[in-house]
Design a protein around this ligand. Structure first.
Ligand SMILES: [Zn+2]
Length: 169
């Protein structure tokens, strides 16, 4: 079954104590390519479903991905590493009042109790992404010099550093 059609039933998975893991291409996630500078890569997920001591369905979701974003300062690519765990509890959108625990983030499921795996992964990635991605180290100076172009990594190469020094008044 293609990843984008994979449907999960979290309440059922929790009752059964199911654990699921795998990988989905970033290109298969809805709306994701609009913010990525490359359609390469994948998100790795691990879903551990069970019921907590109070009888609440609980989903422990671990996601890991390397996202190619654009630095909003120098407009060069930057790699943003996502590696995090979220504790979720399924919530049916058609049920107004239900048992709720502040320990979990809501995991919206349909009237039939289903959620698309790609929707779940995309939402978690959106939450893990910075609103204004920027290089954490100094941005590489823009240049037309082919000897320097292409060093747009997070670590400026020695030539870029030299050029920065030369550009200073
Ligand atoms: Zn930058």
């Amino acid at each position: 079954m293609p990843a984008e059609e994979k449907r999960l039933y979290p309440f059922k998975l929790c009752r059964q104590g199911t654990r699921l893991h795998g990988q989905v291409a970033l290109a298969d996630l809805p709306d994701m390519l609009s913010v990525l500078s490359s359609d390469q890569g994948a998100v790795t997920y691990d879903l551990a479903c069970d019921v907590d001591d109070e009888g609440i369905a609980r989903v422990r979701l671990h996601i890991a991905a390397e996202l190619s974003l654009l630095c909003q300062r120098c407009l060069q690519p930057l790699v943003w590493s996502v590696d995090g765990v979220t504790l979720l509890s399924p919530v049916r959108t058609d049920v107004a009042q239900q048992q709720w625990s502040a320990s979990y983030e809501p995991l919206q499921v349909s009237e039939t109790g289903a959620v698309l795996l790609v929707d779940l992964l995309a939402e978690e990635l959106w939450l893990a992404m910075p609103q204004l991605p920027r290089h954490t180290t100094a941005c590489v100076v823009q240049t037309d010099d082919p000897a320097i172009a292409g060093t747009a990594s997070e670590e400026p190469g020695p030539f870029a550093v030299l050029r920065q020094l030369r550009l200073q008044p």
